[in-house]
Ligand binder design. Structure first.
Ligand code: ZN
Length: 554
């Protein structure tokens, strides 16, 4: 039997009723070449080129090794050389490539020299070019593996093929050279990994080891950081807001700048955003911290007569129960700072008196006739939309202008997500200390819930949640169980909804890709690098998006 006499149809036993194509009782499968091409591309995307190459090389190796044995069992070959040649010819029979040259060394005592095989138009080249793109290195990974397996089986020792020329690199055809391991010597070293199944295992073990070392380093670093943080806390002045987020940093910077200027400041923002803390900070950073105190009053908490007396004081007998003269907060804050919290709730008569106090820099105690000069810097805070209140005539326009010389708008906690965890940790530390509990952290699950929650009550709500969690904590870390049901339910924040509301993975992927592309100003190379996908994959997806969009312009 000669290798050239082998016909595929003789070899295969088609049993359509059983759904089987048998090759000497080995079940064979017919695959669409493009299917293999797509698999190849996905493998490269998923595990990277070297690992993908290794997988395909070993797939080919296993096939080649088995084919060699099957062909040996099936035929009585005229000579061993015919059996050897049958392998490369089999490629042509199976539709894998067109063999153009098979050069076997003179077989002397079954010990061959170099084997050279050439082919062209192989399916791997075609699929690689179609699904991955032009190559700068050889791409006939499974065919090279196949020949290695085939000849290793034939010769009973390790034979390795290396592709020295490849059609995918613009050559007229592909050329592979096979030698025993010993004959290759050091040249083989960079290729050997592709043949070894264990190399993936080794890589995983290496990665595992590296991860473990990294984790140890991180926990060491965490202990250090915690140490420094505790030290910092002791020296930190009270009320310094945490500001890792750009939004909050901007606010602090503005506050610092206005601190030195003796002007009225209007602090706006949802309740719980820390307007009172910021007001205190402005005072602390201002020269008034040396000359006077910081006094705050909630204009929404008291009925009008009480509020008036609270703000401006009263004289003995001014009203029932006014048993003696009393200083008001304006006087208390003399040469210091007065915060009018919830100023939007101040009743109309009080608004008039506030305006006068601001304009004339003097106040009159309730029931008194003589005014008292006061030197007070007034800060006002509100969670109301004062402009709307002015339009509705619920708030005096002149007072609004007087207060709104400089406006600082505090961001909501959901607009400063970077600050959620640092704040949570700070509160944890403070409450744990206050309650005498040894708590060292927050579980990952709880951290995820904290960052996902929309925090309608802002920092104050977070503070309350952490206080409650510290009270409930039974272990050394805050777990999800200690968080309130609303936080655990992970309600998704509406303004982020465009990104987070439930939609298909494909849609999320598209948004991520387009956003990255915009970030990199259209640079596909940088976008692909950031997203860790191949340039080809990016290109393919963009093309698909363009095709799917009816209004797409070229
Ligand atoms: Zn090739």
């Amino acid at each position: 039997m000669k290798a050239d006499d082998v016909k595929l149809l003789d070899l295969l036993d088609f049993r359509p009723d059983e759904g089987v194509i048998a090759f000497h009782e080995r079940r064979m499968l017919l695959y669409d070449a493009d299917g293999m091409g797509i698999l190849r591309r996905d493998l490269v995307d998923a595990v990277g080129r070297p690992t993908a190459r290794g997988l395909l090389t070993r797939l080919g190796y296993a096939n080649g090794y088995r084919d060699a044995h099957t062909l040996q069992e099936l035929f009585r070959w005229d000579s061993p050389a015919e059996w050897y040649r049958a392998g490369p010819l089999f490629h042509g029979l199976e539709g894998k490539a067109a063999p153009i040259k098979i050069q076997l060394p003179p077989v002397a005592q079954g010990k061959p020299g170099d084997i050279e095989i050439r082919w062209k138009d192989c399916h791997e080249t075609e699929q690689h070019l179609r699904h991955i793109g032009p190559a700068t290195e050889s791409v006939c990974w499974s065919l090279t593996g196949y020949m290695s397996g085939y000849f290793s089986a034939c010769l009973g020792e390790e034979v390795y093929f290396i592709e020295t020329e490849c059609q995918a690199m613009g050559r007229p055809g592909c050329r592979i050279v096979g030698k025993t391991r010993a004959r290759w010597g050091k040249t083989l070293a960079p290729y050997l990994d592709y043949f070894k199944a264990s190399s993936t295992q080794d890589k995983l073990r290496e990665l595992e080891q590296a991860l473990r070392q990294h984790a140890q380093a991180v926990s060491r670093q965490k202990r250090e950081t915690a140490h420094w943080k505790r030290l910092a806390l002791r020296t930190q002045e009270p009320g310094v807001p945490i500001a890792k987020s750009p939004a909050m940093r901007d606010v602090l910077e503005l506050a610092e700048r206005v601190a030195g200027v003796d002007t009225t400041v209007l602090l706006t923002g949802e309740s719980g955003t820390g307007k009172d803390l910021l007001a205190r900070r402005i005072h602390v950073q201002s020269p008034r911290a040396q000359s006077g105190t910081f006094v705050a009053v909630n204009c929404g908490a008291l009925p009008e007569p009480l509020l008036e007396s609270e703000l401006f004081g009263h004289v003995k007998g001014a009203f029932t129960g006014a048993a003696s003269d009393k200083k008001g907060l304006f006087e208390e804050a003399h040469r210091g700072t007065l915060l009018l919290d919830e100023v939007g709730e101040a009743p109309m008569p009080i608004q008039i008196k506030l305006l006068r106090a601001l304009q004339d820099r003097e106040i009159r105690r309730v029931g008194a006739n003589t005014p008292i000069k006061v030197d007070v810097r007034v800060l006002a805070a509100t969670n109301k939309n004062l402009e709307r209140a002015v339009a509705r005539k619920e708030f005096r326009r002149d007072l609004y202008y007087r207060l709104n010389v400089i406006k600082i708008a505090l961001p909501t906690l959901r607009d400063r997500r970077d600050d959620i965890l640092p704040l949570a940790r700070l509160f944890l530390e403070q409450f744990a200390k206050a309650q005498g509990k040894a708590l060292r952290g927050i579980t990952a699950e709880a951290l995820n819930l904290l960052t996902a929650y929309p925090w309608p009550g802002n920092v104050r709500e977070l503070e309350n949640v952490m206080e409650r969690a510290v009270v409930l904590a039974t272990r050394d870390r805050i777990t999800a169980t200690e968080l309130p049901p609303a936080v655990r339910a992970g309600r998704v924040e509406p303004t982020l909804g465009t990104f987070l509301e439930p939609r298909s993975l494909a849609e999320l992927e598209k948004q991520a890709i387009l956003a990255a592309l915009e970030r990199h100003r259209g640079s596909r190379t940088r976008t692909a690098r950031e997203l860790q996908i191949s340039l080809h994959t990016l290109w393919r997806k963009l093309k698909a998006y363009q095709a799917a969009s009816p209004k797409s312009s070229p």
